[in-house]
Design a protein around this ligand. Structure first.
Ligand SMILES: Nc1ncnc2c1ncn2[C@@H]1O[C@H](COP(=O)(O)OP(=O)(O)OP(=O)(O)O)[C@@H](O)[C@H]1O
Length: 394
């Protein structure tokens, strides 16, 4: 493993360990104050852990324990950091900024400038070589900063929200550039944006309160989240629950037979499981109690057996409870979100067309039935005994 990291920083309640293989990019996600910046600062040598050890390509970055401490100087670590703001030297040209790393490693001036020009070319802005930072746009400056970070030939590249300060217009092009340069590179990227995790990272680590609450291959974490944060990140509903004799029962009462979804024998009755479903695949219909006398249309009937949500390809009377799950619930909230309305009930979000919201009269306090096809839900064992359990107890 090129990167092994284990560190505790007592005063920030930070306690994290992970490993990263050569050429892998790890996305670090988590709410504000989770410890993402602390993780980068420990790697970069800007903070010293209370305890811990980290190695990069076999070289010790820090080793702090009872028997004393070894702390490698930040600039000796072979690590470059790309921050949110470009942080270029204002008095140097773009070319001189990029040449700074090779120059400080003792590379001859001519050769350092040639390297710098090659990197400016690589990030798509060779024509900006002679400009000072004050003459660059935010997007241009960030490209120059990326060239500078890469020109140092780091064994590990750290990226701290590299797209956050960019205009929405230039962020996509920068994201594609990052995707390109990160392909073969060992990197750790802190981001709030699930799209960055999807496009840039092989693995994801979710921090909360200085601890890892979720980690794994990006696709795995984003399709089978085990924490509410992971689910929000992936735009999924997450229903914690348990394996029952019949299948899965969520904490909100939602029941789904498991026969088709997961090998039933593999998960013992009582084991902790979770269900994930897209809000667009959750349908809302009126419960018998609230149904009008003569409802029409896909969402307006009183009979939940014939009602399916916008995520369903079609609906007909032949659909029965055998291929969909339903749950009686009361609407907690109704939220406008662009061209859909998100209806919240029983801990689930359902995306409903505005016309259907009006036709059904969906308002907070209304009793409804939520429906979802078995084929649209993913039910899976969760590593935690309970969602509120101490993540260390995994
Ligand atoms: N300079 C500091 N001195 C003391 N405590 C700090 C300092 N910076 C951060 N902390 C604390 O350390 C913990 C982790 O903060 P950190 O900045 O690493 O979180 P983060 O995940 O990067 O958050 P954000 O997304 O808001 O940047 C928090 O409890 C925070 O209050």
């Amino acid at each position: 493993m090129p990167l092994r990291f284990a560190a505790t920083l007592a005063q920030r309640r930070f306690d994290v360990r992970f490993e990263l293989a050569a050429g892998e990019t790890l996305a670090v996600l988590g709410p504000n104050g989770a410890g993402k910046s602390t993780l980068l600062a420990l790697l970069a040598g800007l903070l010293t852990p209370t305890w811990g050890r980290a190695e990069l390509d076999g070289a010790v970055l820090f080793d702090v324990g009872e028997r004393g401490s070894v702390l490698t100087e930040p600039r000796e670590r072979g690590i470059s950091l790309l921050a949110q703001e470009a942080l270029l030297f204002p008095h140097l040209s773009a070319l001189e900024n990029v040449a700074f790393g090779p120059r400080s490693r003792g590379v001859h001036r001519v050769s350092a400038r040639a390297t710098a020009l090659a990197w400016l070319d690589r990030v798509g802005v060779p024509e900006l070589a002679g400009r000072r930072p004050a003459q660059l746009s935010g997007g241009q400056a960030q490209r120059v900063a990326l060239a500078r970070a890469l020109a140092a030939d780091p064994a590990l590249l750290l990226l701290d929200e590299p797209l956050a300060a960019l205009d929405v217009g230039v962020a996509p092009a920068m994201r594609l550039l990052l995707r390109d340069v990160l392909r073969e590179r060992t990197a750790v990227i802190v981001t709030h944006d699930p799209l960055d995790a999807f496009l840039l990272a092989d693995r994801v680590l979710v921090l909360e309160d200085g601890r890892i609450v979720e980690s794994g291959a990006t696709a795995e974490v984003l399709t089978r989240p085990v924490t509410a944060f992971g689910a929000r990140l992936a735009g999924l509903n997450l229903v914690p629950g348990r394996r029952t004799r019949a299948g899965f029962t969520g904490r909100n009462g939602l029941e789904v037979p498991l026969a088709d979804a997961v090998p039933v024998g593999a998960v013992p009755v009582g084991a902790s499981m979770a269900l994930a479903v897209r809000p667009a695949a959750v349908g809302v219909s009126l419960s018998a109690r609230a149904a009008p006398e003569s409802g029409q249309g896909p969402h307006s009937g009183a009979d939940p057996d014939s009602e399916f949500g916008p995520g369903s390809a079609s609906h007909s009377a032949s659909h029965s409870t055998s291929d969909s799950a339903r749950l009686a619930a009361t609407i907690d909230d109704v939220e406008h979100r662009g061209d859909v309305v998100r209806v919240h009930a029983a801990g689930l979000a359902a995306d409903v067309a505005p016309a259907d919201v009006v036709a059904l009269g969906l308002v907070p306090g209304l009793p409804v039935v939520l429906t979802m096809r078995h084929s649209d839900v993913v039910v899976y064992p969760t590593p935690l005994p309970d969602q509120d359990a101490d993540p260390d107890g995994r």
